[in-house]
Design a protein around this ligand. Structure first.
Ligand SMILES: [Zn+2]
Length: 328
């Protein structure tokens, strides 16, 4: 039910954001050719940000559930290696040739403008709230975008979008744009959450030495589907499409792979046997340290009255809300 309500909220929000408030590149839709814009992160990402906020405000779920959903999105971003390669604005511009045509290397080279756009919108909302002591938020950006571009139906440029954010935030956002929209600097979740008494906890509940590949069972064979860039698996020359046969001479299936790796320590060298294009191939590789697998927004153990009140006002937390008990 909450998932369906998010979908409804998302599509309903598009009646304003995209149907009326839209980038210059999409001002007049040309159905005969590609319509390029580097602002899809705002069209789809900011709409995705609101598809979690609207059900919260409508009381479909509570603040704790909302933060859990944002944490899931952060986990998805932070476990996609392409975030270090492709800037958000480029992901938007390349939508025509890349996002809807994924291949075995997509996760290494790309990032979704829905996902990263949602999280960049989340951080901009926090930044505006912190700057204005909760007097303003992303809602004010949307209102101003509506008045300036949506209502008169004028397409906006990337510079105009940035200057609306800057006028609401009351600060120069050039460094933010350079790092997080046009660059690939890691998003500053901890720094932006801190004024609200929240922190990002990085967890590895089931630590497995790092190999850097995923395999799937296909017709009784374990087929490598993804090899992470820079991982031990890549350095050993393993490729998507290879058939995984054995580790240290013992047969391994796709289902057993994690269990088998758990028997080793980071720094151990293992011998992997695969079929590479029907040729038997053996390579040795050194396992790395386990990678973080879960990112959770959590309330700090010590919070100031200022942090508590910012958190309560931001998320509309009532005194009997479960998260309030944690915050007090
Ligand atoms: Zn959409």
């Amino acid at each position: 039910m909450p998932k369906f309500m998010s979908l409804v909220a998302h599509e309903f929000f598009h009646l304003w954001n995209v149907k009326r408030i839209r980038p210059k590149g999409l001002e007049v839709f040309n159905y005969d050719r590609e319509n390029y814009t580097d602002s899809l992160w705002f069209c789809e990402g900011t709409t995705s940000f609101y598809d979690l906020v609207i059900p919260l405000r409508a009381g479909i779920y509570d603040a704790q559930c909302y933060l859990k959903k944002v944490s899931e999105a952060i986990t998805q971003l932070q476990t996609t290696p392409g975030r270090k390669v492709q800037p958000l604005s480029e992901s938007s511009f390349d939508a025509w040739i890349k996002l809807y045509r994924p291949d075995a290397n997509s996760k290494n080279a790309q990032i979704s403008y829905y996902l990263k756009g949602e999280l960049v919108s989340f951080l901009l909302d926090l930044l505006i709230r912190t700057q204005s002591n909760n007097a303003r938020s992303l809602d004010d950006v949307m209102r101003q975008m509506w008045q300036q571009f949506g209502q008169p139906e004028i397409g906006f440029t990337r510079e105009q979008l940035k200057s609306v954010f800057e006028s609401v935030a009351g600060m120069d956002l050039t460094p933010f744009w350079a790092d997080y929209i046009d660059g690939t600097v890691e998003l500053p979740f901890g720094e932006m959450l801190a004024p609200f008494g929240l922190a990002l906890k990085i967890e590895t509940p089931n630590p497995i030495p790092y190999l850097g590949l995923t395999a799937k069972a296909e017709h009784g064979s374990a087929i490598i589907k993804f090899v992470e860039a820079g991982s031990p698996a890549e350095q050993a020359g393993l490729e998507p499409g290879d058939e995984l046969l054995a580790i240290d001479g013992f047969r391994v299936t796709a289902e057993q792979l994690s269990d088998r790796l758990q028997g080793y320590q980071p720094g151990d060298t293992i011998c992997m046997t695969v079929f590479h294009q029907d040729v038997l191939h053996q390579s040795s590789l050194t396992l790395g340290s386990p990678m973080p697998s879960h990112f959770n927004i959590a309330v700090m153990t010590q919070t100031t009255p200022q942090q508590k009140s910012l958190l309560r006002e931001w998320l509309g937390i009532q005194p009997n809300d479960p998260i309030d008990v944690l915050a007090v």
